[in-house]
Design a protein around this ligand. Structure first.
Ligand SMILES: Nc1ncnc2c1ncn2[C@@H]1O[C@H](COP(=O)(O)OP(=O)(O)OP(=O)(O)O)[C@@H](O)[C@H]1O
Length: 257
């Protein structure tokens, strides 16, 4: 497997200015992300998970420390980092296909290539049959699949998912998890995902990062392989065994739920 280093974060601190004292959201975070890592970030509410994702996305600049991508500082957002948020925020005036074509079009690719890329990712998320519909005609889960296809169509070096399934019902959520796992396994993507759901993290991630209360720092990392070693062929769900349950308890204790 290719273990190329993609992201290197050293001593990262983020302070948000306020009318009074600045709020320290992240405190001296160190993190390396390599090709094909599937990182899941867990931690109490307000511990700085989104701030960390926003720094990696290029939306927020560090107050101190360094953040390098492929060895270079990052000035702002670009197509190297695809982001999917909890709410799909699609362009409502464009069809599903046009939403997915948007990135490749901005990139200036030839029309045939734009069509090919959009069809490929729409097929991957099982949405080719609704490609010509406007987003408002889709269910919440379908909208999230469009958002995923739109992010993937830029072929980013890393996919950043900020609670992408948080607003979905339980069954749709499981289907989305299966889909993301399959895409990650097939295409060898690199994924950084925030979740509040320990089971979701255990069933998807290869590295689970647990953060402390605000100001956030990474207090523990777990390397896991449940998604590789124990997926039920028929249901696509992870087989829950004693190791899984023990780790689940340990993480919940750390988060102090
Ligand atoms: N723009 C801002 N200005 C001031 N403080 C902010 C700003 N954004 C976030 N914060 C504060 O920074 C801290 C970390 O926030 P952040 O949203 O990164 O946490 P989180 O772990 O993602 O939270 P949640 O799990 O509730 O989504 C919190 O104390 C929050 O109130």
């Amino acid at each position: 497997m290719n273990n190329e280093l993609i992201i290197e974060i050293d001593n990262l601190t983020v302070d948000y200015p306020t009318d009074n004292e600045p709020v320290r959201a992240l405190d001296r975070v160190d993190l390396k992300i390599c090709q094909h890592d599937f990182i899941c970030v867990l931690g109490p509410s307000g511990c700085g998970k989104s701030t960390l994702l926003n720094v990696i996305a290029g939306f927020t600049q560090p107050s101190d420390g360094t953040f390098l991508m492929h060895g270079q500082p990052v000035a702002g957002p670009d197509r190297q980092r695809g982001v999917v948020f909890q709410s799909a925020s699609l362009y409502p005036w464009m069809s599903v296909r046009k939403n997915v074509e948007f990135g490749p079009k901005i990139k200036g690719l030839p029309a045939t290539e734009i069509t090919r890329i959009a069809s490929h990712y729409l097929e991957q998320v099982h949405l080719l049959e609704v490609a010509d519909q406007p987003p408002f005609q889709l269910s919440g889960g379908m909208k999230q699949r469009v958002a995923l296809a739109r992010a993937l169509a830029n072929e980013p070096a890393i996919l950043l998912l900020d609670e992408p399934f948080g607003a979905l019902d339980a069954l749709t959520r499981i289907h989305m998890q299966q889909l993301v796992r399959k895409i990650w396994q097939q295409d060898q993507n690199t994924i950084f995902m925030i979740t509040h759901d320990v089971d979701e993290a255990l069933s998807l991630g290869t590295r689970l990062l647990v953060m402390s209360k605000c100001p956030g720092t990474i207090i523990q990392e777990f390397s896991v392989d449940f998604c590789d070693r124990a997926i039920d062929e028929h249901t696509g769900r992870v087989h829950v065994d004693a190791d899984y349950l023990a780790l689940r308890e340990e993480i919940l204790d750390l988060i102090d739920v």
